[in-house]
Each structure stands twice: as C-alpha cells, then as structure tokens.
Design a protein around this ligand. Structure first.
Ligand code: ADQ
Length: 493
C-alpha cells in the first residue's frame, strides 16, 4: 500500500459540471506510477477535490480502471485542506525543511488540523489494509501517520520515505512541535532519506532531542524503548529507459529541431521548474544577467528558455515569486534584446506534456538546475536521460540531492554565488564536445543504473532485510559530505 498526500489521479470539475480524472504530475507521481502499474496494490491519497460524493467515486472508479491498481480516496473539506496542506505542510514544514525558516508561519491551528488530517489518512489506510500489507508512506505531509496508525493498533511493517531534505539540528530546533514529530517518525520501522546529508541531520536531531534513543549498526538502527527503527538513504531515480526511448522518438527529434530553429540555432540554455522559491529561479536569472554582462561574447550566442510549471498559487509567497520572475525576465530582456533579432530569455509559464518536455531536454545544450536546496531534483536526471547525443552540459546546484550522484559529470555551482554561476555558464558554453560527451556519459550511466526501479527495490529490500548486518547501505559510512560524495561516486564505476 502506498500512501501520499495526493492520489496519482486528479479529479476536477469541467466547465459543464461533470467530473474528469487526469494523471497527476510532480516528482512522486513520476517516480511511483510505473512501479505500482507493474506490481498492483492500493494507493491512498486525496483525490484533488473538496469533500466527497457519488460522482467523485464514479470518476475514481474510471481512473482505477485506467491505472491498473486500486485508488482509496481520503475526503478532505476545503478547510481541512487549507490547514493541513496549504497551512502546516507548505507554510511550516516545506520552508523549514528547505532551511528557509524565516518564511515559516508557526500557527498552532495549522498544527492541530495537520494532526487531525493525518488521523483521517490513518482511517482510510485501516479500512483498506489486509493483515500482511506493507504500508509505504510518502513525504512531509504525513509525518504523523505512523504514530496515528500505531495508536489505532496497526502492527504491520510501516515504511516512510522523505522526498524533501531533512534540516540540520539548528533549524529543526525552531519547530515548536519538534519532540512530538520526531517521536512520531520513530513509529515507522524504516525511515528513508534521499541522501546521507538528510540521514545525518535526522540522526543528529534524534541524538540531541531524544537521549533515550540508542544507535547501532553504524548509526543505521535506532533503538527506542522496545522498538528498532532502521534509517537509511535511498536516492530516488527516474524511469531512465522510458525517457531515453521517448527522447529517441521521431516526434521528439522533430520538436527538438524545431526548437533549435526557433532560437536561430543559438546555444540553448534550459531551466525547468515548478514555481517554487526553493528552486532558485530569481537567482538563476540574475546569474544569467551577470554572465551576459561579464562575458559579452555570450550575447546573441545563447538563449535561455525558462519553463515554469504553475504550483501552489493560492499561497501569497508563490504569487510574489511569480511577479519577481516576470519582473526579472522583463528587466533582462529589456537590457539585452536586439530589436528584430535576439531575445535572451524565452519564458514559458505552463505545464508541458511529457514529449514536449523531453524535446526541450533533448534540444538544450545546457541545463541550469540551481535549487537553493532540493531533496533530489528529478529534472537534472531527466535531462541526462534525454540527452541522447551526449551533447548536454548540466549546471547543478551543490545543494540538490542529485549532486551527490552527478557531481563528476555536472558543473557544480553554489546558487547564491552569482559570479560563480555566471562563470559556470560561460565555461559550459566553451566546453569542448569531447569533454561534454565524457561528462554526460558518466551521468547517463549513473541515471540509468540508479533508476526508479532500483530505488523501490532497495527500499523494499531494506524493509524486509532479516540480516541487519547486510542492511544495504554504504560500508564506509562516515557522517560527512565527503563520504556521501565518495560513496555515490564509487557507485559510478
Ligand atoms: P518536486 O519538488 O516536484 O519533487 P522535481 O524532483 O524536480 O521536484 O520533480 C519535478 C517533476 O515535475 C519532474 O518529474 C518534471 O518532469 C516535472 N515537470 C517539471 N516541469 C514540468 C513542466 N513544465 N511540464 C510538465 N512537467 C514538468 C519532490 C522533491 C524533489 C524530489 C522529488 C522526488 O522536492 O527534491 O526529487 O520530490 O522525490
């Protein structure tokens, strides 16, 4: 059983009042859809529409037929959704876990609704679970679910995977509910993180805040009361083979060629992000402006296409971010555009269908993936999988989880360093073809090997491993960033 905030299908009302279902988007859905389709099972989550009626059930039944596995909806009122999703999840946990604690609104009412809604998810899980199911809970919206399920008497194995980063101790300490949340997490049997960085942050918090907890197996097992909880890192991947296949298709090749023609065969830089302040879009645009000023030879030679997918636009910070991006695009285009000719930034504000997105990836010579902090960042991996001619250069933030795996192929940057990022853009443009191929080859091998299927297998293996000494985690576990990088880079060979 998979439990996540949203079902992988979104139910919405069409203009004529009828309900329609369409596949959801975002990192988690992209990652898990192919897996559940292969294995079957039940997915528990919110269907994307307030409350519940017979029509919603009918629309879900249609979606279930299409999906090949069961969908179990959690009905939430608009008010619950406001406190739970927009409130606690996205005004407290999201900024806090991305180290942006000054953006948090620690409203106790948000916390109350968050706990209440986690209880509701627990009820739906209990209604749908059978004796020996493994329940795999996803992400920061459901941190209290393990504890709710235990209180309701469920004693089957529970796994939890955090898709976003886990913050360092000093930042986690700001959370008024820090003890309750940490203890609730320890009700799961296996807790998975994207990187060793996150795992280390979590164990630091447990060590400091819960002195009654002990650690064994090189810090990968927490003993608390009579419970043993495994902790590990499982960097998420993509369905790399599917991306490669589609990138090779005639339609994608034709669309990619058309994109090149549209920018007059200039060097194409690409940014693709959900609208989110963690993705570092304004700083990226400023770095691009710095590059154009510092290296005038780039002018008329490069074009940046920035694609932004609308997201969470009910939250004021997201609306402000959109305005800031539009302002910067306007300023930069105003400063450099050659009337009748070159326009430095093409800005696309909408979701793209998958083949279109892959055509952008395939066409781009340089991808700019520069989040301020990111659990993993699938765009970086999708770009590599789609760069079938191995001509792409990835400029990657060292604060993206993906940096641990892609560091040897990517040009790593600190997104706060405008000059450094501008230099990387210039360097990427000048990188000889052979060096591009070498770097992209390394990254593509990694993305192919550590794909989403391996991610699922490693998580499930860890959940069911009887021999704890064979727990599939790095042998040379040393809690440092260097070790993290060393581990994933040895995996490359
Ligand atoms: P997200 O924050 O959603 O995921 P990310 O990993 O980049 O971020 O995934 C975004 C997904 O949306 C990608 O699969 C991409 O293809 C898709 N997408 C982006 N732009 C699009 C567009 N214009 N049109 C259509 N689709 C688009 C969270 C965490 C991440 C973590 C994932 C998975 O924040 O750090 O990598 O979960 O664990």
């Amino acid at each position: 059983m998979v439990v996540s905030n949203r079902l992988p299908f979104v139910i919405s009302r069409a203009a004529d009042g009828t309900l329609v279902s369409r596949p959801g988007s975002g990192g988690l859905v992209t990652a898990l859809l192919p897996v559940l389709r292969d294995r079957g099972g039940v997915w528990v989550g919110w269907p994307g529409i307030a409350d519940r009626d017979g029509d919603v059930d009918a629309a879900l039944a249609t979606a279930t037929g299409k999906a090949g596995y069961q969908l179990a909806p959690v009905a939430l009122s608009a008010q619950e959704q406001a406190g739970f999703y927009y409130g606690f999840s996205n005004e407290v946990l999201w900024p806090l876990f991305h180290d942006l604690h000054s953006l948090c609104i620690f409203d106790p009412e948000f916390w109350r609704v968050y706990c209440e809604v986690n209880r509701k998810y627990a009820q739906v899980v209990l209604e749908n679970t059978h004796g020996d199911d493994f329940v795999w809970v996803h992400d920061y919206q459901l941190l209290m679910l393990g504890s709710e399920l235990r209180h309701a008497g469920l004693d089957t194995p529970l796994g939890f995977f955090l898709h976003i980063p886990f913050p360092p101790l000093d930042i986690y300490l700001k959370l008024p509910w820090r003890f309750t949340l940490l203890r609730a997490l320890l009700e799961f049997d296996l807790i998975g993180f994207q990187t060793l960085r996150d795992q280390r942050n979590f164990t630091d918090c447990v060590r400091t805040l819960l002195p009654e907890a002990g650690f064994t197996h090189r810090g990968q097992m927490v003993q608390i009361g009579d419970r043993q909880v495994r902790v590990g890192c499982f960097p998420i991947g993509i369905d790399a083979a599917a991306f490669e296949r589609q990138a090779h298709s005639e339609q994608v090749a034709a669309d990619a060629a058309a994109l090149h023609a549209q920018v007059n065969h200039r060097e194409l830089l690409l940014g693709v992000d959900r609208l989110d302040y963690t993705k570092g879009i304004p700083l990226r645009l400023e770095a691009f402006r710095t590059a154009l000023r510092k290296y005038p030879d780039l002018q008329e030679r490069v074009t940046l296409i920035q694609v932004v997918v609308p997201s969470r636009d009910d939250i004021p910070q997201y609306r402000d971010l959109k305005i800031r991006i539009e302002q910067l695009v306007g300023e930069i285009n105003g400063e450099f555009t050659r009337p009748g000719g070159w326009v430095p930034i093409h800005y696309v504000y909408r979701a793209l269908d998958r083949l279109k997105l892959i055509a952008y990836y395939r066409a781009a010579q340089i991808a700019l993936v520069t989040p301020l902090k990111d659990g993993m960042n699938l765009v970086a991996k999708e770009f590599c999988a789609s760069s079938v001619k191995r001509t792409g250069v990835l400029i990657l933030s060292e604060f993206a989880g993906a940096a641990a795996q892609l560091q040897h192929g990517a040009l790593l940057v600190n997104p706060y360093d405008l000059d450094g990022t501008a230099d990387a853009i210039h360097r990427a443009c000048l990188l000889p073809a052979a060096e591009r191929r070498r770097r992209m080859g390394l990254m593509r091998r990694n993305v192919r090997r550590q794909d989403v299927f391996r991610w699922v297998n490693r998580f499930l293996e860890a959940a069911f491993a009887h021999d704890l000494d064979a727990f599939p985690l790095p042998d040379d576990y040393v809690p440092s960033a260097e070790a993290e990088h060393a581990y994933w880079s040895t995996e490359l060979d």
